[in-house]
Every structure is written in C-alpha cells, then in structure tokens.
Design a protein around this ligand. Structure first.
Ligand code: AMP
Ligand code: ZN
Length: 135
C-alpha cells in the first residue's frame, strides 16, 4: 500500500486540515514554505494519466477554496500550485496529489526557475500540430 493510502487508513499519522467525500488535505511533512499543503484524493490513482474524471472535476474548486483560506489565515503574498507526474517530473509519491505552496515576500525559497529551449516559431507550430492531431 502506498504511503498516502496508509495516511488515509490512519496507519501513519498526518496533520489533516480538511476532509470531504473525495479528498483529504494534509500538511506536507517537509514543507517548502509555511502552510504547504497537499490535496490528496481518497481514491488511489498514480497521477494525471489515471486520474478519475470526478476527481479531476472537483480538485480545482478545492484548491481555490484552500488558497483563499491559507491566504486569510497566514497572510500569503502569492501561491504556487504544483503537481508532479512521473519520476522525470519530480514525482516521489505515486498517489496523485496537488501541492498548495504559499509564498511570502520576505521568504527566500527556491522553486526552480526553468531553463528555456530556443525553438523557432515553426518548430513550435510543428509540435502544436502533432498535439492537435491526437486531440
Ligand atoms: P511529489 O514530489 O510531488 O511526489 O511530492 C511528494 C510530497 O509528499 C513531498 O513534498 C513530501 O514532502 C511529501 N510527503 C512525503 N511523505 C509525507 C508524509 N508522511 N506526510 C506528509 N507529506 C509527505
Ligand atoms: Zn495510494
């Protein structure tokens, strides 16, 4: 059983801030910033590729609600919402989750600034066409 399923089963302790039919929200045990939370679906799925539609549909309204709440509670200046899919993308826990990461003006934390590819407009068009072909 995965670590988040164990948390959901109360086999491993966690600091929970919210629960409804579909989700629990826990504090990240190694927070990037004060108030870093994880929205975890109760149903196990690995990542975006096998995410059930009803979870996909309901997760962003909850992310919005939590963002407003954390901003009221802690006086955040901004929020990053992150969600990693696959090892190459930095996923470490293979039970889908959305990170809510409050940001503060006085805090010097690093959420990496990505390097950018130098692609010609035509190459971007070509990539877009490949994607459009399978939509
Ligand atoms: P990701 O890299 O997107 O898979 O993120 C996994 C997140 O889960 C990391 O931010 C970890 O700090 C967090 N995490 C791992 N174990 C626990 C735990 N037992 N309780 C709360 N958060 C956890
Ligand atoms: Zn799980």
């Amino acid at each position: 059983m995965c670590i988040f399923c164990k948390i959901l089963n109360k086999e491993i302790p966690s600091t929970q801030v919210y629960e409804d039919d579909l989700f629990v929200v826990i504090m990240d045990i190694f927070p990037i910033s004060r108030g870093h939370m994880l929205i975890v679906p109760k149903e196990h799925c690995e990542n975006i590729f096998d995410l059930p539609e009803h979870i996909a549909k309901n997760i962003y309204p909850l992310a919005k609600k939590l963002s407003i709440c954390v901003s009221k509670a802690l006086g955040t200046d901004g929020i990053n919402i992150l969600q990693n899919n696959g090892e190459i993308a930095g996923q470490e826990v293979f039970h889908f989750h959305l990170h809510i990461i409050p940001r503060y003006k006085d805090e010097d934390i690093q959420i990496s600034k990505p390097t950018r590819l130098k692609l010609e407009a035509s190459e971007i068009e070509e990539i877009a066409q490949k994607i459009k072909n399978v939509i």
